[in-house]
Design a protein. Sequence first.
Lengths: 300, 430
Amino acid sequence: MSFDQNAFLIIITAAMIAISCGLLGVFMMLRKMSMTGDAISHAVLPGIVIGFFVSGSQRGLEVIIGAGILGILATLMIDWLRRKARVQLDASIGITFTLLFAIGIILINLLAYKVDLDQECVLYGEIAYLPIDLWLTKSGLNMGPRILYLSLLNLILVTAFIILFFKELKVTSFDENFSKVIGIPAGLINLSLMSMVSYTTVSSFEAVGAILVVALLVVPPATAFLWTRKLKLLIQLTIVLGIGISIVGYYLAYLFDSSIAGMIVSVAGIAFLASALFKSKSFLSRFGTSRQPESLKKIV
Amino acid sequence: MEDFLYFFTFQDPSIVFVVIGIILLGVGSAYVGTYSFLDKKALLGDAISHAILPGICLGFMLAGEKNPLFIVSGAFISGALATFLSSWLNKNTRLSEDAIIASILSIFFGFGIVLLTIIQKSGNPEMAGLNQFIFGNAIAIQESDLYIYGGLAVFIILCLTIFQKEFSLLVFNPDYGRAIGFPMGMIRVIFNILMILSVVIGIQAIGVVLMAALLITPGAAARFWTDRLGVLVILAGVFSAVSGVLGTYISFVIPQMPTGPWVVVFLSILALISFLFAPKKGVLSRYISRRIYLKKTHRDHLLKLLYKGIEADKSGLPIEEIYEAFPFQKKQSEQSIKNLAKDNFITQNQSFIELSISGKSEAKRIVRLHRLWELYLNEYMNIAPDHVHDTAEKLEHILTPEMEELLESRLNFPKLDPHQENIPRDHDEL
């Protein structure tokens, strides 16, 4: 076990990414759009590659813009397939993200010599390189790890977005028709939530990879949802979980010498499955004292 | 071009194996996928395909090499575990289905990545082959692999064909199946096993991430062309096989190119063509038939207007009055007048429009249908006379001559509608 400066930086960054993803993930889950989040995080890949190619580096604003456009495009494409072509929702999601992800992989292979980006990096990222990937100013001043700043900025923007539009997000998540009646543009709120998800995906994918972003979007909110029904508590619990899994995940990865991002997700998975087991209907009806499941109440 | 001939004339026996392999895999996955698409569980396939990554890694760790038997059984076990977990969570927690699928998918994949990095750091030289499972490489299919993967694919296809009745019951109406004595729980388990098997064999060619496309897209595309299950399944198989061969060809020509993404791109192109251009259900044909229908309703309304003019003792109407009767639709009105004149239903004298003989009888028919339907609603459905107009306004365009005859005899050839207006017959003088 070591606790040096690098470990601290990695854990802080991972926790910030987990919190940004979790905050957005809570609302995605309440809208029953978790799989759309999955689709978006796959679908931004071509945008990232094109942005890389245009700007020539991964620091360019082009990457974020490209990914944002692709994220919105994916949302619109799913919507088009569902409404206009009348494909059922699950198939629309499946078709959209596989096509866009496939195009992304093809672009990476076609531009392999021009773009410093490989499939593995996109898939699982490597947060372990964070301390050596430094942000140097023009005068050569060392400002610390670059990804740390990216995730800090991301966290600030996501938090600001959630705080500013908390009422709108809440109302549109629970009752879309009511929100339209009281004059909230539900479609616009939805699109901006999707854009935030795409932006978070891009900002985090270098560290944790495109697919593990999904895990951070979905698993902590789902775990928290098993424990509470209150929105505020749900958000707080998600944040705590995000920090917890980052710390435990890092040390387990250190112990087994494996991918940190993968281990964080595995820890989240264990927490999720344990909560599900503990809060499941069959467990509660056998051992539970606090609350009986609905079905039993009727019999009694 | 040389490559093209070399590939498609099948001179090289290894290419023959690859092509047979990819066709079998594609058809098998498309077959299972079509059923799960109809079952509206398409994304479960996505979860399973991500979830078998840890199984593949464990199989590799145990065997110490890329042994297809170990890998297939490892993949199968972790796929089965994921399927079981997601249905258990669905029953025992209050999480929504999509949150469950997304969680299972990402947790298993994350764990798979942990195992993959552990293998990478162990420095096993056989490791190189393992990355193929993530994006697929059909070119790497060898004779020995073909017997296992191809054999499983044939098994899947045979199973689904023999028990077609049971699986269609499962997809379309499981409650009915249970009522007539089929063991639906058992059938569900067998279907899930087939689905996991098809994913397990498909990843060789397509890879873990994109396997969902091979399950979902062919069925969704084929659904636009037919309503018959037999045809649907065959069509999905054809789509999948064609894209499989094309994708393999691309990765044959460009060596470091993985097969999976290209197969998915070709499949999606086929799907997009189906969505847009399929007869009856395609976006384009629905748009066209809607336009035709709108034109017909406008024409009918115009004839009715002229007929009402005659009822009010005007032999015809000036064109301006017609335009005014349909505000904001001047273009459509112009077009309808042109078409009616071409069909000799109206005569146009400068800007005064009159019904011709055949036009009168057509107008009478529409008005008759409208008023007959109003009377029917009033007499048989007990709907108040001031509530019947709107429905009649829609149905006058689509009532068939047979329906008209039936209405006439049911209502005993009535003279007046609920608004005390004359129901015109062909022999009536105007």
